[in-house]
Design a protein around this ligand. Sequence first.
Ligand SMILES: Nc1ncnc2c1ncn2[C@@H]1O[C@H](COP(=O)(O)OP(=O)(O)OP(=O)(O)O)[C@@H](O)[C@H]1O
Ligand SMILES: [Mg+2]
Length: 266
Amino acid sequence: MKVNYLEHQTKVNPHQTGLDISVSGLTKYLDGKPLYEDFDLHISSQKITCIFGPNGCGKSTLLNMISGLVPIDSGQLSFGGKPRSEVSLGYVFQNYRDALFPWLRAIQNIEYPLLSAGFSRLKRRARVEELIHQFNVGFDLSRYPYELSGGQQQLVSIMRALATRPHVLFLDEPFSALDYEATLAIRDKLQDVFVETGVTIVMISHDLEEAVYLADHILLLTKRPTRIAERVVFNASRPRTLETLSDPEFVRIKAHSLEVFRREAS
Ligand SMILES: Nc1ncnc2c1ncn2[C@@H]1O[C@H](COP(=O)(O)OP(=O)(O)OP(=O)(O)O)[C@@H](O)[C@H]1O
Ligand SMILES: [Mg+2]
């Protein structure tokens, strides 16, 4: 199947409102083997949902199916009552190194979805300025991706995904290739943007501590055929800080999630 993921980013959400996503009765087979069978999922608007599950259980495929990049065999997807064509999705892919256009400067990468959506140069620049301010960007965006560090490239990918003020932002292991310092900096900026805008965020993480730190809801998945083992709620106030990591409720939720994961993933 040929897909152009930017197609999903060129729709514009003028008010940056979030959107509930519901999946019901989803079935998907790959190579004749079930990945999902009669799978149900609800993603709440204006929350951060983190997905955590064993390798190969279908986390990336789930986001790809919801965003329409991979076809489903059967089931229903609904987006807060809106037709699919009106839903704006931003997607930060698992491998950031392949995600940016190498022939465009960082700023042109960020502007690209706005250009596709027909924004004037003035409006594009104004939106980029807003993002620079939100993310407190301190490096030169006129550089090309290869001239930037991994953390800087990932920040550019996130800014590009947010350029059209999507209803929903999908992030697939956005920190997996970054060092600890870059991870801490970007995840806190992401949290700040969430607090400021309320954009619905769905993030896949392979790091349970990171997942609980950011999430309102943690979806713990089983091995294939994949089910939701448990949907864990973490209500700590925001912004969460390094102190959150030693909060007894954080420690309890993390330990519980690990126990469920160990039981369901083996
Ligand atoms: N196009 C495809 N054809 C056949 N099998 C596929 C295809 N894409 C993915 N798979 C298989 O489907 C399963 C789910 O893949 P997916 O990438 O969604 O898992 P994941 O949970 O994101 O894994 P990871 O933790 O490694 O990122 C894996 O076993 C993978 O090998
Ligand atoms: Mg994956």
